[in-house]
Every structure is written in structure tokens, then in C-alpha cells.
Design a protein around this ligand. Structure first.
Ligand SMILES: [Zn+2]
Length: 162
């Protein structure tokens, strides 16, 4: 399969302190994660990834152009949404969110998104969100029912709790 992008390896520190390099999970069809998974996920064009209600993903989730993802469970890690791809957050997303121009993130009622937002595309929030905003040509829309939680400041750090 032709690739227009790299798959950087994740480094996992094992119990004995040694390092292991792992390739990301590459999704090229429709796949559902209903268990816990640690490591990066790359969703390719035309593919669809669903993190089911009991699913837990710890690692980056990258949507290539023309792909989609639905997060019903819990994702801890960065979310990258390329142009022409869509991420639906029904459950919980914690980690930085990067939306390229032409990319779309929809936070559904009951959905939660916490982490810094880097937005060149569009975020539609009908759930709740918290985190710093870095707008570079994009838009964040807080629609009906959508809320924005303010950070709790402790010492010199901001904490977000949804
Ligand atoms: Zn890939």
C-alpha cells in the first residue's frame, strides 16, 4: 500500500526498564476496539475506526484524509484530524487535539474533550470541552448544549476537570 506519511514508532518502557519500539496499529478497513489498547493508531483513507463504549485507547490517534473515527469509550492521547476526515466524540477524549484545515471534530451531547486544541479546521461542541485554544484559521463552535469548562489553577499549572 502506498503511504504518503510516516509511521513513527512509539517507544514503550517495559517493566524491566528496557525500551521497545512499536509500529502503530494501522487501520485500513472498519475496525472496532472494545478492549484496552496501548499504542498509536493510524486510520487510513476510506477506513473507519470505532472506540467502543468499553474500549480504552492510550496513545495517539491519527486520522488521515478521508477517514473517520468515533470515540464512544475513552481515549487518552493526542488526536490528529486531517483534511477531509471526521472525528465524532461521544465518550471522552483527553489529550491535545489537532484539526487541520478541512478536518472536523464533533463533540456530541455527553461527550467530553479535555486538552489543548489546535484548530485550523472546525470543532463543533455539543458536549463539554476544556483546554487551551490555539486557533490558526479554524473555528470552534459551541452549539446548543455545548459547554466550556474553565481550568482550575494550582500553583503555576492549569488543571482541567470535566
Ligand atoms: Zn498511516
Amino acid at each position: 500500500m502506498a503511504h504518503n506519511h510516516q509511521h513513527p514508532q512509539d517507544i514503550h518502557i517495559l517493566a524491566d526498564g528496557s525500551e521497545e519500539h512499536r509500529e502503530p496499529w494501522v487501520v485500513t478497513d472498519n475496525e472496532v476496539l472494545a478492549t484496552a489498547h496501548s499504542g498509536g493508531v493510524c486510520v487510513h483513507e476510506g477506513a473507519r475506526f470505532e472506540l467502543a463504549g468499553r474500549g480504552q485507547l492510550s496513545g495517539s490517534l491519527k486520522l488521515q484524509s478521508g477517514s473517520s473515527a468515533r470515540i464512544v469509550g475513552q481515549h487518552s492521547g493526542s488526536l490528529h484530524v486531517a483534511s477531509g476526515s471526521v472525528a465524532d466524540i461521544v465518550g471522552s477524549q483527553s489529550g491535545s487535539v489537532h484539526v487541520e484545515r478541512g478536518g472536523l471534530v464533533r463533540v456530541h451531547p455527553g461527550g467530553k474533550m479535555a486538552g489543548s486544541l489546535h484548530v485550523a479546521g472546525l470543532i463543533e461542541n455539543r458536549g463539554s470541552r476544556a483546554g487551551s485554544e490555539h486557533i490558526s484559521g479554524g473555528t470552534i463552535q459551541d452549539l446548543e448544549g455545548g459547554s466550556v469548562k474553565q481550568p482550575i489553577r494550582r500553583g503555576d499549572r492549569n488543571y482541567y476537570s470535566l
